[in-house]
Structures are given as C-alpha cells and as structure tokens.
Design a protein around this ligand. Structure first.
Ligand SMILES: Cc1cc2nc3c(=O)[nH]c(=O)nc-3n(C[C@H](O)[C@H](O)[C@H](O)COP(=O)(O)OP(=O)(O)OC[C@H]3O[C@@H](n4cnc5c(N)ncnc54)[C@H](O)[C@@H]3O)c2cc1C
Ligand SMILES: NC(=O)c1ccc[n+]([C@@H]2O[C@H](COP(=O)([O-])OP(=O)(O)OC[C@H]3O[C@@H](n4cnc5c(N)ncnc54)[C@H](OP(=O)(O)O)[C@@H]3O)[C@@H](O)[C@H]2O)c1
Length: 483
C-alpha cells in the first residue's frame, strides 16, 4: 500500500487508529500460523485476509495428509479458532497470478505473506521417466485425497501387480500404506470416493520400497515405518543382510545421526526377523539402490533399472550413496516417485529455480538468493520459504519467525489513515476481475455438506472433488442460507 502523501497526518502502522492490513496467500498450516501470530502480536491491531486458489482451506492438511491419519487432521480445530477472529476473512477460489496480481494486492495491503507451499514434484531426470505408469507421489496423493487438480489421473491399479515406490520419506510411507491396505481399512475415512472404488479393484501384490541410502539414513519417522509393518494382510519384508550395518553407518549412528535413525533401524532389524510372512501382499524394503532408468513397451513402463550403491561419508561426515556400477533390472507395472515436492513460480513473485522456493532472508523476500536487500512489505512462510520439509507443527515456529521480522519492520513505519470503505476494496477488485470468491461462511457450509454426504456412506466425509462443483454447491447453499 502507498505510504501517506505530504500534509496527511501519519499514524503508527498497526495501531488501533491505523490497523495493519495483511494479505496471506495460501491457507495451509503456514498461512494459518502466520495469521495466528499476527493476531497475537501485543499492542497491534491487524486485519488478515487469507487467499487460496481452491475454494477449500487448509492446504496439505486436506489434500496431503493421508486419509487413514484422521487424527492428524484435528489440527484444523486450531485453524478454525483463528478463522473465528473478527478481523479474519477468507477469499477462496482466488489464485495469485491469475485472479489477482501481486501489484493489486500490494495496492490494498500493507504487507503480503506468501504461504503457497510447494505444489509440484521433483523430477529424477532419468531415461523413461515420461513413460505411462511412472507417476509422482504428488499426483497419487492428490488423487486419493480428492484434490481437484488430480482427479483426471488414472493409475491402472486393476492390472498392476508389481509396483515400485521410490524414496524413503514419509510420503513414500503414505503411498506404500495406501497401496498395501485393504479397502475395508479405508472406507470410513475421507478418501475420495473414486479412489476408494479404484483401490477396491487393486491387483497389487508386491510393493518394492526403494531407498537410495541405507536403512539408518531413511528419512521416514519410526511411527510411519512401524505403521507400514503393521498393515493387516500384508508382510513387510526386510532382508537381514540389509540391516547388518556398514562401518560408515555405525560410526554415523554413534556420532551425528538423529535419534529417529536408531529407532528406525531397531524397527527394521526386528522386522527382518519375521522373514517372508504368510500374506499374499508384500512390501519389500530395498536399500542402497538408485533408479537410473525405466524401461517400457508400447509407451508403458515395464521395468526399472537400479544401480547398487555403497555409502561414503561426505565432507560433513554424512553418509551419501555412490554407485558401484552394478545394476539390476526389476520388472514393474507401476512406479510412484516419492522423492520430494517442489515449488512452482508465480507471476510477480521472486522464485529461486535451483531450490524451488521464494528467495528470502529470515522470511523477508529478496529478489534473488544471495541478495540481502528485502523487497519491502513482502514475506514468505512454510514450504514456499524453506522447501518441502517439515511436519505441520514445524510451520508454526517458522511462521512466527517470519511474523517477528514483519513486526520488527512495521515498528518504525507510519502510514496515512485508511480511506473510508477500505475493507471493501478487495471485494470490488475481485468483482472487477470477474472472480467468484468463496468466503469462510461459504466454506463452512460446504464443509457441513461434505460431512453430511459422508455420513450417508459411513465415511468421515465425502469430498467434492471438482472446483466447478464446489462453487456451484457454495452458490446454492448461500442462497438457501439467506432463506
Ligand atoms: C503427502 C503429504 C502428507 C503429509 N502428511 C503429514 C502428516 O501426516 N503429518 C504432518 O505433520 N505433516 C505432514 N505433511 C507435511 C505438511 O503437510 C506440511 O508441512 C504443510 O502442509 C506445509 O504447509 P504450507 O502452508 O507451507 O503449504 P500447503 O499446506 O501446501 O498450503 C499451501 C496453500 O497455498 C495454496 N496456493 C498455492 N498456490 C496458490 C496461488 N497461486 N494462489 C493462492 N493460493 C495458492 C494451496 O491451495 C494451499 O492451500 C505431509 C506432506 C505431504 C506432501
Ligand atoms: N505422517 C507424517 O508425519 C508425514 C507424512 C508425509 C510427509 N510428511 C513430511 O513432509 C515432508 C516431505 O516428505 P517427503 O517424503 O516428500 O520428503 P523427504 O522426507 O525429503 O524424503 C524424500 C526421499 O526421497 C529420496 N530421494 C530424493 N531424491 C531421490 C532420487 N533422485 N532418487 C532416489 N531417492 C531420492 C530421499 O533420499 P535421501 O535421504 O537419500 O535424499 C528421501 O528418502 C517431510 O518433512 C515429511 O516428514 C510427514
């Protein structure tokens, strides 16, 4: 927003007389934690308008967290408390870069906080990655969670028997568990209806879980690998030789490894003693294997070539995998790459191509990495700030840190009084831009609608999975609510 013009009485920004107006772009955990921190700022009066490209809030809590992890989604209760604040507004179905520009937001708000996450996936850059049947975990997760972007995906679960999941992070655990579970174990969740139907037809018998480093370096959490091992009707098979540690890993576990690494290893050692098991579904953990290419027939993936590796400590003592030059070809019918998410550039917002994030110093946006000169009034939080790592709770401390920078900056700022009707300027602008936005009350009605639809099927909720349908329902429910 423009500062005062000469002659106007300037008021301290963030005071009761001249409240601070903040636009937060993205309504996932990092956006909500930033709003919460702003509302809790002592002695400050702050208005927060939260924008999301989807008509639904909560980012990956709705579209990423696995449907069989309903308890984790209870974090939404905290976001609902934030949303109940009288100076909170939600503008859903508004995409920055399409429905509104950065300049337009900057003309209305004192500050903009980017909280738009990392919505794409990392590429492996290996031969055959474009074959049919090679999918990103991002697409699979979005599909089973009813994210509108991924409802046209199809995964040939009714014919694939042998599947590879690449990566040893928690997303790989989610994908493996959803593939390994019987549909009965998912039918009371909020899984997308179409995904539940497709999983009911699944012929998947064997899931190869491929880690490029050793079992001690796996990125998954102990609880997550334990859950995979505990899937009913499925055996998780770990080869004893794979958990017989090499000297580099042993040394690392003693000196530098996080506590979870020892726990993970203990779980895998225990699992290795169980052998093949008796079930007809298997998860086979393989370690020190890096996919180097995918083979195919008639455009479809049929095999994956793995290079075996050994560990070498890097300059910091962290074990890294080095290829040994030995290769194995494994026949596979489907592949899911769970090797990490990646940010997408948004018009008008600085973007670091190498890291896939908005370049920043402590949450203050800079034009490019290495610059120390912040772009005044622009901030970033969450995955857009630091890349695709961290649990939901990690974003809380991270958003607080960015908000602390913001509050420090405005502590010395004064601004002209706001013109009458300032609070309606964004609505007028969106209308002018032809945007049909969704308010928080609209979302609450859609939320109740989904829960009600779920009840009829014995599910936690039945999500609406198309943006057009969401907007049409919102419209209808809005009219009904007016009586
Ligand atoms: C598959 C998966 C499962 C996970 N499960 C767990 C779990 O069980 N437990 C746990 O603690 N953590 C889990 N995490 C991690 C957790 O979800 C993240 O730490 C967290 O969601 C990151 O928050 P964020 O706000 O930065 O991004 P997001 O949650 O991605 O939110 C970004 C928001 O920005 C919106 N947006 C994007 N672009 C635009 C635009 N141009 N204009 C307007 N809005 C836009 C998006 O629609 C979205 O709502 C999981 C992550 C993944 C990928
Ligand atoms: N239930 C939960 O709590 C939950 C669920 C899902 C996600 N999350 C969180 O969300 C964040 C993102 O999870 P994530 O699983 O996407 O990322 P992640 O934790 O960074 O794991 C990525 C995995 O992919 C591997 N990898 C990367 N590039 C590769 C390549 N080219 N070839 C082979 N393997 C490759 C990594 O191996 P290296 O280690 O060797 O790099 C690692 O095992 C994490 O913080 C995670 O904890 C939490």
């Amino acid at each position: 927003m423009t500062e005062s013009s000469p002659g106007q009485t300037e008021l301290p920004l963030g005071s009761a007389e001249r409240p601070l107006w903040v636009a937060v772009v993205g309504s996932g955990p990092s956006g909500f934690y930033a709003v919460d921190a702003l509302f809790k700022a002592e002695g400050r009066t702050v208005h927060c308008d939260v924008f999301d490209r989807l008509p639904t809030p909560f980012g990956l809590v709705r579209g990423g967290v696995a449907p069989d992890h309903q308890k984790i989604k209870s974090v939404i209760a905290a976001y609902e408390r934030t949303a109940a604040h009288p100076r909170f507004r939600f503008f859903g179905h508004v995409r920055l870069g399409r429905d509104v520009t950065v300049e337009q937001l900057r003309s209305i708000y004192d500050c903009v906080i980017y909280a738009f996450g990392n919505e794409s996936d990392r590429k492996m850059g290996v031969e055959g990655e474009e074959l049919r049947g090679v999918h990103s975990a991002t697409a699979f997760v979005g599909w089973y969670n009813g994210h509108p972007d991924f409802q046209d995906e199809s995964f040939d679960l009714d014919s694939a028997r042998r599947v590879a999941v690449i990566g040893n992070g928690n997303v790989a655990m989610d994908v493996t568990r959803i593939l390994a579970k019987r549909p009965a174990a998912l039918e009371e969740t909020d899984i997308a209806g179409a995904a539940l139907d497709a999983l009911a037809e699944s012929k998947v018998e064997e899931i190869l879980l491929l880690g490029r480093r050793g079992p001690a370096q796996a990125a998954f959490s102990p609880k997550e690998i334990q859950e995979v091992c505990a899937v009913e009707g499925c055996d998780t098979v770990v080869e004893p030789a794979d958990v017989d540690l090499d000297p580099i890993s042993r040394d690392w576990l003693e000196k530098d490894a996080p506590p979870a690494a020892t726990k993970n290893l203990d779980i895998l050692v225990e699992q290795s003693k169980r052998g093949e098991g008796t079930h007809d579904r298997k998860v086979r953990c393989r370690f020190l294997v890096s996919p180097v290419s995918f083979g195919g027939e008639a455009g479809r993936v049929t095999s994956i070539r793995l290079e075996h590796g050994r560990l070498e400590a890097d300059a910091h003592g962290t074990p890294r995998a080095r290829g040994t030059g030995e290769f194995t070809d494994e026949p596979v019918d489907l592949v899911f790459k769970a090797i990490g998410y990646r940010g997408v550039p948004i018009a008008g917002v600085p973007f670091d191509e190498d890291w896939g994030i908005v370049p920043n110093v402590g949450g203050r946006v800079v034009k490019e990495r290495g610059s120390e000169e912040p772009t005044p009034g622009e901030y970033v939080v969450g995955w857009a700030k630091r890349g695709p790592t961290g649990l939901i709770g990690t974003n809380n401390a991270d958003s607080k840190a960015t908000v602390a920078s913001l509050l420090e900056d405005i502590a010395v700022r004064h601004a002209a009084p706001l013109p009458a009707g300032h609070e309606h300027r964004i609505e007028a602008l969106l209308e002018e831009n032809g945007v049909e936005f969704v308010t928080y009350d609209d979302w609450k009605r859609l939320d109740a609608y989904e829960v009600e639809r779920g009840k009829e099927k014995g599910k936690a909720r039945e999500k609406v999975t198309s943006v057009e349908e969401m907007v049409a329902i919102v419209r209808r429910l809005r009219v009904a609510a007016r009586g």
